[in-house]
Design a protein around this ligand. Structure first.
Ligand SMILES: Nc1ncnc2c1ncn2[C@@H]1O[C@H](C[S@+](CC[C@H]([NH3+])C(=O)[O-])CC(=O)[O-])[C@@H](O)[C@H]1O
Length: 353
């Protein structure tokens, strides 16, 4: 049975898809599936924690927001925050742990208010959600190589908490749709959205589904990002085809994934775990990955960045207290994972449909 209440975020998402459907009829198929998508994520039978996450988001206080900076590395929501609001917000956000992708800051005054001493003594210290990942570092590596995002319709596949999606909005996109099947990350996004409010003119949306759930040939997006997802897929070519199906002709794919050293014929398929993850399948060399993209029908394929993940970029914090990268590397040789494979190295490739 479908829920009869609809949140503000859901309403804005419906409106965006209705608008989209005026220009591109394939969006109607999204609209027909949307009620089920949005209902399924609330269903306790699918996600035992869903009601608790929802309740945490619903209980977040309403703050007076002075400014939202979607272009800062620490994604900052400048707002008036009293001590009691701080306590309440901290407690509720901590119920949404582990926070993996960020960082975010809530609270903190505008500089001119601090200069004039306005409200200074009533203001609590801002809340810094120091996430497991410095997702800002990835954005710094990727952003300089992107085509201009201004006015573009963007899909972020596997967008996690939505950190990169907000950064895309900050770059002036027309619309961002983040998709990710994680119930927790969906609610983390909704928590941040609660504070961002109208600051992005409600142009950034989240649909809690995997890529495979989308209509196959939507051709709705000018840019499609798939960052940190390909190696989780058992069938990498299917993933590439599904990404292609979401792009308009001439659109840009941004693909970021784990790679290894080697030539066009080098691919690692970890036998069991990789860096303790039990859902890692294909780690190609950059040359092999270029070949895969070309075989999948993409053109102008180029690798714009290769970076070894450091234990400063991915680490345990107050907001993610489980094991992190340092625990997954060989203690005697940090160039290897615990399983003896090459330590995580990630490449970003850009290609045209
Ligand atoms: N089939 C799928 N469809 C969509 N999402 C999926 C699927 N399978 C897994 N995910 C989601 O993909 C994300 C992978 S993390 C990258 C986050 C961000 N992009 C980042 O680049 O930091 C990996 C990493 O730690 O880098 C998770 O949020 C999954 O739920």
């Amino acid at each position: 049975m479908l829920n009869d209440t609809i949140t503000h975020a859901e309403r804005e998402l419906y409106l965006t898809l209705f608008e989209l459907a005026q220009q591109q009829p394939s969006a109607y198929e999204w609209l027909t599936r949307l009620p089920t998508w949005l209902n399924d994520i609330k269903d306790k039978a699918n996600y035992a924690h869903a009601p608790a996450y929802q309740a945490s988001v619903a209980r977040l206080p309403t703050l007076t927001v002075n400014n939202v900076d979607l272009n800062s590395d620490v994604l900052t929501i400048e707002a008036n925050l009293s001590e009691s609001q701080r306590k309440q917000t901290m407690a509720l956000l901590k119920q949404l742990m582990p926070w993996r992708k960020g960082p975010f800051q809530i609270g903190g005054q505008l500089e001119h208010q601090i200069d004039s001493g306005q409200n200074e003594d009533q203001q609590a210290a801002p809340i810094l959600i120091d996430t497991e990942w410095h997702s800002d570092w990835k954005w710094q590596r990727v952003a300089p190589h992107l085509g201009n995002l201004k006015g573009r319709r963007v899909l972020d596949v596997g967008g996690g908490s939505g950190y990169h999606g907000w950064r895309m909005a900050g770059a002036g996109t027309d619309t961002v749709i983040i998709i990710d099947p994680s119930c927790l990350f969906y609610h983390q996004f909704m928590a941040i959205r609660h504070f961002v409010g109208a600051a992005d003119s409600y142009k950034t949306h989240y649909i809690p589904v995997p890529l495979e759930a989308l209509p196959e040939h939507s051709q709705l997006f000018d840019t499609v990002f798939s960052m940190g997802v390909l190696y989780h897929r058992q069938s990498p070519f299917e993933h590439l085809q599904q990404l292609k199906g979401q792009l308009v002709k001439g659109g840009e794919l941004v693909l970021e994934t784990l790679v290894i050293e080697g030539d066009a014929n080098t691919v690692l398929v970890p036998h069991d775990r990789y860096a303790q993850m039990n859902n890692v399948y294909f780690l190609p060399s950059v040359a092999a990955l270029i070949g895969w993209l070309e075989k999948a029908g993409f053109s102008e394929v180029r690798c714009v960045d290769v970076a070894t993940t450091s234990i400063d970029e991915q680490r345990k914090t107050e907001w993610m207290t489980y094991h992190s990268l340092a625990d997954f590397l060989d203690p005697n040789d940090c160039s290897k994972t615990l399983e003896g494979y090459p330590a995580p190295m990630r490449a970003t490739l850009i290609a045209k449909k």
